[in-house]
Design a protein. Structure first.
Lengths: 457, 485, 129
């Protein structure tokens, strides 16, 4: 399809190689298994493929068609045009890992800038070039803590309010390593202080989310101190957008900050690719997995950037490496860098506060509806909050969808004690009219709910 | 300085993108939980565009030239992929939407799973892993879970040939397995005697890259599968080199039980300056129950006029989740488009031309740059980066000199088993004229190495910066810039 | 290449200097040459640790390679050279002096008999050239 050879050129090349036919190049493949007939649809031209993909895309209902109040780890935000405009540059997206720094200064400097912005945002000293997503970044924090204590501390304390997918990923990653992951089956109703009694001498890491999975904002200073008193590391998984207004974890004692960078200019795209943020203190830099870019000079003293501390990585240390990570999310890190550069300090603060105000307006209005109540009305939250519904969440969501509204996340799926609770996310994309629409349909659904109850009696 | 840092371009109170004022009443910000300083750079939109455009111009890329980086399959990334992946129906959907609202995406994922199963000869497929190394770890965890499920809890050893990618042992170590390295024989195959000696009841399996990192097809692959299976082990396939086998042989037919695919190598999704990749994992029938959750399947079969309903299912003995959500969906759209546009014949032509191009280059170069194990290669080959009559010249010098000729160098110093390795993978999308120009450059460089080796030692001279001081970078560790206060 | 006559050597290119019953341990000139510019040293044992011959006691990293350092002898660690982390370049400039890594009180001096003397080590290095 994209091969340029003419038949004459193929002939010429075969002659130079010294074989007669292309098939002769595969004589070492077992004859019985050679040249299978693959059952695939016939090849489409670009025009046909474009049409077919267009149909497939149209079979989805996007958040452009629906009013979206669904979050739970992926958020519908505005992406300034400048972000994709830069991402579409072939010099960025068709390059690979910058193994040849002399011809990769664009990628290297962009990653260096990404590292700088992540440090500024999280209040930390060093950042790697990114991980796959928030979940794998959290799992790498567990790996790092294990490596930091050279395997001597084996207990990892995870908050139950850490994203369920992140906790599940940590469990998958630690299968077979002999690590004990605890705390994450605790009661989500309890605050971070409930984790303190779990911290023991053998604890390597204490990990929380900020804002947590339910959108709650806590001051984790006491928990960080408890972790440090036991000699353990304290890790915080963040929503980086919230850090446009919230105290950075570096200021309340975090040793590691991970996070999902999707809110920083990366589309929802049905779950990926996203961006795994990972920052830490300088003293732990050598235990951190992932690529790292450092500043240096060339032979003429010109400033330039290189991949550094590569001896930590799998291609040199093989089974002794801290992690098997090979690629980062280069292009997604670039998206976040362009996004933050374009918004700047003021823009990011503005968008974070817009999220905050709109979510609070929505929460207040929903709380005033009969049959609905906020889960923990006294706890501060960012752009997401849990609401008790008068009917099963699935039914409420079905009703919302009929009216073109994508409702919130059904918390009963992951938390048995939160059966009937919906997690609602509100972003700058939701206008006051959108929120009022949500509130009105929810109000309606109560009425229908009372009917339903009548019938069931 | 080539281009100032974004921190250096910052001017206080400048802003590129603005937002409307709040249309809802303001709430009080949470007391004691807000930050004071937010030390981000402040630029206008024009500054941002120029800065990143200028940075992009300092890069070498597939769109600007030949990129024969061995083991990375730097083929052309079709532009149509970029267009379809950006359709709002794909970019503006939330991963947790009700399945009824995302039937397009689920159907695409289902059909991509089916196509990859057909291409690889597998019974089951997960699209969740985010990259090749992530797929490897997933595969190894599946193998481990399978052995444990059979009650073979004593099995903790994984065999890895010395020519393997470094990710193989690293992934295995992450899964808590003991790594034993196997030597290669004189034809570059796995040493069968060494393999037999290690096949006991502690064996989890063997990780095989085929074609291996020397670009050579493993001639005993069927026998290896037999030996490993007879010992109760499983055969893992590192799919990094699948580009050579599309329509040529199905790894599943060769006895591979589990394999990761690299959509960013074989199926043309862009490398993005080092990611995002995508590393689906295919498995044979006996491993289907262990796949990570969730997997896309038909949850309600089609009826007359009604299409099937696609949804997510959790395999019975699933190893669990390996990341959040469902994988790198946008990469799946691109790979699906690529497969759709090739069909069975087109994919076979991809492999044939990739192998043709590699062998052509090898034929043109082997008299000047020695190629160990000299037999027909597959999609890539490894030459020794040394020149007769130029003892002071190393592979690194040759690589750097190639930059002056406008080419991206091959992979250096890998695989470790070839001295001064230059690993060359042209891919199928390069023309004869490009290959000839590259061969001429390498032959010319050999001349230069003998006549004026300083040209090589001092290379590159024409790039934006010269050789950079990596020792200084590692010793001094300057890892970020700051916006001036 | 510098191979002091008064030291004992291992096949993994560590040296040990014995004074009384204290052994001082580092890596050889040959080893530092193979690694090239050393950028990081991490000592993996602590004072008071009981260590056995063959245990990993330090990691040395250059730009291109990483190498484990193993205990040539068994014993109890009496001192570690922590400052080496701040000046890893001395591994290149003074491998037998400033770049010592671990001091250990020998628990089994007979282990020394199994190590190479300078002449044997020189031959061993020549073999690998």
């Amino acid at each position: 399809m994209y091969s340029p050879h003419t038949p004459q050129e193929r002939e010429k090349m075969l002659r130079v190689i010294g074989v007669e036919r292309v098939e002769d190049l595969f004589a070492d493949v077992p004859a019985g298994q050679r040249f299978p007939a693959l059952e695939l649809p016939p090849a489409a031209t670009e025009m046909e493929a474009a049409e077919e993909l267009g149909h497939i895309a149209e079979a989805n209902e996007s958040v452009r068609d629906l009013v979206c109040f669904l979050g739970a780890g992926a958020y519908h935000h505005y992406i300034p045009a400048v972000v994709d405009s830069i991402l579409r540059r072939g010099e960025f997206y068709t390059a690979y890992t910058p193994y040849q720094p002399e011809v990769s200064q664009g990628t290297l400097q962009a990653i260096y800038e990404y590292q700088s912005l992540m440090c500024a945002l999280t209040g930390m000293e060093v950042s790697n070039a990114s991980h796959y997503d928030g979940a794998t970044a959290a799992a790498e924090a567990v790996n790092m803590a294990y490596a930091q204590f050279r395997g001597k501390r084996t207990k990892m304390v995870l908050s139950p309010a850490l994203h369920p997918h992140y906790r599940q990923t940590v469990h998958t990653y630690t299968r077979g390593t002999g690590l004990l992951v605890t705390g994450d089956d605790g009661r989500p109703e309890e605050g971070p202080e409930a984790l303190i009694p779990l911290i023991v001498e053998n604890t390597a890491l204490v990990m929380v989310q900020y804002p947590d999975f339910f959108g709650r904002i806590y001051d984790y200073t006491a928990l960080a101190e408890a972790a440090h008193e036991a000699g353990a590391l304290f890790a915080v998984s963040v929503n980086p957008l919230a850090l446009g207004m919230l105290t950075p974890p570096g200021e309340f004692g975090a040793d590691i900050v991970t996070g999902e960078g999707q809110p920083l200019g990366i589309p929802l795209a049905f779950g990926g690719p996203y961006l795994g943020i990972f920052t830490t203190r300088k003293k732990y830099v050598r235990k951190m997995a992932g690529r790292l870019v450092g500043e240096t000079v060339d032979g003429q003293g010109r400033r330039g950037y290189v991949l550094t501390l590569t001896a930590r990585e799998q291609h040199i240390r093989r089974e002794r490496a801290t992690s098997n990570i090979c690629t980062n999310q280069g292009l997604m890190a670039l998206a976040a860098t362009v996004y933050l550069s374009a918004l700047g300090a003021q823009g990011l603060r503005q968008v974070a506060e817009l999220n905050y105000h709109k979510a609070h307006y929505a929460a207040e209005r929903i709380a005033s509806l009969e049959g609905f109540s906020l889960w923990q009305p006294e706890t501060p939250f960012f752009n997401e909050f849990a609401v008790k519904c008068p009917r099963p969440v699935a039914e409420v969501n079905e009703h919302l969808l009929e009216h073109g509204v994508l409702g919130g996340y059904d918390l009963g799926q992951d938390y048995p004690t939160l059966e009937g609770y919906m997690l609602i996310a509100v972003t700058e994309m939701n206008s006051r009219e959108d929120i009022d629409l949500l509130v009105n349909i929810l109000a309606e659904s109560t009425q229908e709910g009372s009917h339903a109850r009548t019938f069931s009696l | 300085m080539l281009e100032p840092l974004v921190c250096e371009l910052s001017q206080p109170d400048r802003q590129g993108v603005g937002y409307p004022p709040s249309d809802v009443p303001l709430s009080e910000l949470p007391a004691g939980l807000t930050r004071d300083a937010l030390p981000l750079p402040e630029l206008s939109e024009v500054d941002v565009v120029r800065h990143f455009t200028r940075l992009s111009q300092l890069n070498y890329s597939v769109d600007t030239g030949f990129y024969p980086l061995g083991s990375c399959t730097m083929k052309y990334n079709p532009k149509i992929n970029e267009e379809v992946a950006r359709l709002p129906g794909f970019t503006a959907i939330h991963p947790l939407q009700p399945i009824e609202t995302v039937q397009g995406s689920l159907a695409l994922m289902y059909h991509l799973q089916e196509a990859l199963k057909e291409i690889g000869g597998f019974a089951g497929m997960t699209l969740q892993p985010a990259a090749g190394a992530h797929g490897e770890m997933t595969g190894v965890l599946i193998m481990r879970a399978y052995q444990k499920d059979r009650g073979e809890t004593q099995r903790n050893k994984i065999l890895i040939p010395d020519s393997a990618h470094g990710t193989n042992p690293a992934s295995s170590a992450m899964a808590g397995l003991k790594v034993v390295q196997l030597p290669s024989d004189e034809r570059g195959n796995v040493d069968l005697d060494a393999l037999r000696a290690e096949c006991d009841d502690t064996l989890v399996g063997l990780m095989l890259t085929n074609p291996n990192t020397l670009g050579l097809f493993e001639e005993h692959v069927l026998e290896i599968a037999e030996i490993v299976h007879a010992a109760g082990g499983l055969l893992y396939g590192d799919g990094a080199n699948l580009n050579a086998l599309l329509g040529i042989a199905r790894p599943g037919d060769l006895g591979i039980d589990v394999m990761h695919f690299n959509l960013h190598k074989t199926f043309s999704t862009p490398h993005g300056g080092g990611g995002p990749g995508s590393g689906p994992v295919g498995v044979a029938e006996h491993l289907v129950d262990f796949l990570p959750a969730p997997v896309v399947d038909i949850v309600e079969p089609a009826e007359e006029d009604i299409p099937p309903l696609y949804g997510f299912v959790t395999p019975k003995k699933s190893i669990g989740r390996v990341k959040a959500f469902h994988g790198h969906f946008s990469m799946m759209v691109r790979a699906y488009t690529y497969i759709l546009m090739h069909g069975a014949e087109g994919l076979r032509r991809v492999a044939e031309d990739a192998v043709l191009n590699a062998n052509y280059l090898m034929a043109r170069l082997k008299d000047t740059y020695p190629v160990p194990y000299g037999r027909i290669c597959k999609h890539e080959f490894v030459a020794e980066g040394k020149v007769e009559g130029a003892p002071g010249v190393r592979a690194l010098d040759i690589a750097k000199r190639l930059l002056d000729y406008g080419f991206h160098p091959p992979t250096n110093y890998f695989p470790l088993i070839v001295h001064e390795a230059l690993m060359i993978e042209p891919t199928e999308t390069e023309s004869l004229q490009t290959l000839d120009a590259f061969a001429e450059a390498l032959l010319q460089i050999a001349e230069e190495a003998r006549e004026d080796p300083d040209l090589l030692h001092e290379a590159p001279r024409t790039t934006p910066v010269g050789r950079l001081d990596e020792v200084k970078a590692a010793r001094e560790l300057v890892l970020k810039c700051e916006v001036p206060a | 290449m510098n191979i002091p006559a008064d030291l004992k050597y291992t096949k993994n290119d560590e040296w040990v200097r014995v004074e009384g019953n204290i052994g001082t341990i580092g890596i050889t000139d040959y080893a530092q040459g193979q690694l090239s510019d050393v950028v990081f040293v991490e000592i993996l044992v602590s004072e008071g640790d009981a260590v056995s011959q063959g245990d990993s006691c330090a990691t040395v990293e250059s730009v291109k390679a990483a190498s484990e350092v193993y205990m040539p002898v068994s014993g109890t660690v009496t001192a570690i050279h922590e400052e080496l982390a701040d000046e890893p370049e001395v591994v290149n400039s003074d491998p037998y002096g400033e770049a010592w890594m671990v001091k250990v009180e020998l628990s089994d001096p007979s282990e020394l008999d199994g190590l190479m003397d300078a002449a044997a080590y020189e031959a061993y290095c020549a073999e690998r050239e």
